[in-house]
Design a protein around this ligand. Structure first.
Ligand SMILES: *Cc1c(COP(=O)(O)O)cnc(C)c1O
Length: 437
């Protein structure tokens, strides 16, 4: 299926396989009948696909996985219980056993915290760069232990975009995969695999679900990267879980699964062991949310663009961060503007941020003054949301990383929803004017 609008409603589901139910049903069953000794043996050995236990795979979750894989142009996917489970499993599966990751300082707060101070406890270290689009800076850090380059396609809250095409080319030249967190734009606006990325992760809590009612995450594998190279011993060592020791037949993930080695390893080692499985009920709600992905994101991006444009004209607004303004046709020849026009022709999404004159006092008055925007630490919801990143979303992020991400104490982040754009603009106008009255 070629268009996102169609894929978001139909991909990954065949009604005839589910008693012809029009909507993918919720399979609330922990385990499944294996039917015969032979089939049970094959299911457990992984030589036959099917369902036996919901910590490994579940039919409702399976539809979500297939649908998002199709939307991202990937080969296969694994859904997990949250975006952070997706980020953690994707990175650790690539870098476990003493590997290093290269990433920008502008990542999502919890990702920074994990990579800077928690993953090192497991022997996985990150080399942070100031500018992920500075290819010379990135290339200088690639060494024998580098196992992945990780970036967000659109950074939050700065909305700076990553040159996925150039980074993928650089990574591949050194035998390293590129992993992209594509949460902010969603696959409606941007598909990293089409530009060369090897793995895509999402917090499906955000724009993919779009209604702020469940948590979820997904890891999508393009299926193109060679994990069988000596750089990734975890993929070439024999593992009992994919072998048959009674028959003396030993396999590694690479020898056993080829192009599916990475996604199989995420599922069989990480999801099966750490158990952050997506619930079938949450998968159902996310499939429902996904059906309207294109219309929601299109409308929200249009409103975000209008709000960014409007904020720039307001007194007391010192600066507006919205890289999508490059699509307005203003004569901006900066590197970011050119990248946005080349890679993000449909826009960069519903998140933007702005800096106010003054300080904490004015920020608090705007947060307390809005009536249509909700003071909520989330993005991608049908409701419009407002937050002060320095105090909330980036609280656990070290000052050096906050500064690199442009998170000053007078910064406000918006996630633009589906309310009428005139009501949203009037709400901001009134709250900002009152903050200085
Ligand atoms: C929210 C978010 C995450 C984490 O997702 P959860 O579902 O909250 O665990 C990761 N990356 C980005 C870019 C996010 O916005």
């Amino acid at each position: 299926m070629c268009h996102v609008e169609t894929s978001a409603i139909h991909s990954g589901y065949t009604a005839a396989d589910h008693v012809h139910a029009a909507v993918p049903p919720i399979y609330l069953s922990a385990a499944f009948h294996m039917e015969s000794a032979n089939r049970g043996d094959a299911l457990s050995a992984g030589t036959q696909d099917g369902f036996s236990y919901s910590r490994v795979a579940n039919p409702t979750v399976d539809v979500l996985e297939r649908r998002i894989a199709a939307l991202e142009g990937g080969r296969s996917a694994v859904a997990v219980a949250s975006g952070m489970a997706a980020v953690s499993f994707a990175l650790l599966c690539a870098a476990e056993g003493g590997g290093r990751i290269i990433a920008p300082k502008t990542l999502y707060g919890a990702s920074v915290d994990a990579m800077a101070s928690f993953f090192p406890q497991f022997g996985v270290h990150t080399d942070f760069v100031d500018d992920i689009n500075d290819l010379a800076e990135v290339e200088a850090l690639i060494g024998p232990d580098t196992r992945a380059i990780f970036a967000e396609s659109v950074a939050n809250p700065s909305t700076e975009v990553t040159d996925v095409a150039a980074l993928a080319e650089l990574a591949h030249r050194h035998g390293v995969p590129l992993i992209v967190d594509n949460t902010v734009p969603t696959p409606y606006l941007f598909q990293p695999i089409r530009w060369g990325a090897d793995v895509v992760v999402h917090s499906t809590t955000k724009g993919i679900n779009g209604h702020g009612n469940t948590l979820g995450g997904v890891i999508v594998d393009a299926g193109n990267f060679d994990w069988g190279s000596p750089r990734f011993p975890q993929f070439t060592q024999p593992e009992l879980v994919v072998s048959d020791d009674r028959a003396g037949a030993w396999h590694s993930f690479a020898s056993r699964f080829g192009a599916d080695a990475y996604i199989r390893r995420v599922r069989i080692k990480y999801v099966r062991t750490f158990g952050a499985v997506e619930s079938p009920v949450n998968a159902y709600l996310q499939l429902l949310g996904l059906e309207t992905l294109a219309v929601r994101v299109r409308e929200q991006t249009r409103s975000a663009q209008a709000i960014a444009r409007h904020l720039r004209t307001l007194p007391h607004v010192r600066r507006v961060n919205y890289s999508g303004l490059a699509l307005d046709g203003a004569p901006d020849c900066g590197a970011q503007a050119q990248l946005v026009r080349r890679l993000f022709a449909r826009g960069v999404g519903s998140v933007l941020s702005f800096e106010l004159d003054g300080g904490r006092e004015q920020v608090s008055r705007v947060l307390d003054g809005v009536r249509v925007f909700s003071y909520v630490p989330n993005i991608g919801d049908a409701r419009s949301l407002i937050v002060d990143p320095a105090r909330i979303t980036h609280r656990e992020v070290p000052a050096e990383f906050r500064e690199a991400a442009g998170v000053s104490d007078n910064l406000i982040r918006l996630s633009v929803g589906l309310e009428h754009v005139d009501d949203l603009i009037a709400d901001l106008d009134a709250a900002i004017a009152d903050a200085y009255a």
